[in-house]
Design a binder for this molecule. Structure first.
Ligand SMILES: [Zn+2]
Length: 72
């Protein structure tokens, strides 16, 4: 196993991986259109969305999994 010659960043929000040097450097996600790799900016972004009642994909998935488990 050798080191990865192409550093990449994985978005904590949508799990998209980017190899773009600027994305890696700034922690920017082209899908979310936000710097989700930056802890401070990512936290502020999530707090802003929570105020607007927007759930993250992970939260929605969890709710669906729980409700579907009760069916049947
Ligand atoms: Zn993303």
């Amino acid at each position: 196993m050798t080191g990865d010659p192409w550093p990449s960043i994985v978005c904590p929000e949508c799990a998209m991986e980017s190899w773009h040097p600027k994305d890696v450097e700034e922690g920017y996600c082209g899908r979310c259109h936000w710097w989700t790799g930056d802890p401070i900016l990512y936290a502020a972004w999530k707090a802003d969305r929570a105020e607007q009642g927007i759930l993250s994909a992970a939260q929605v998935d969890g709710r669906e999994a729980r409700s579907s488990g009760a069916v049947g």
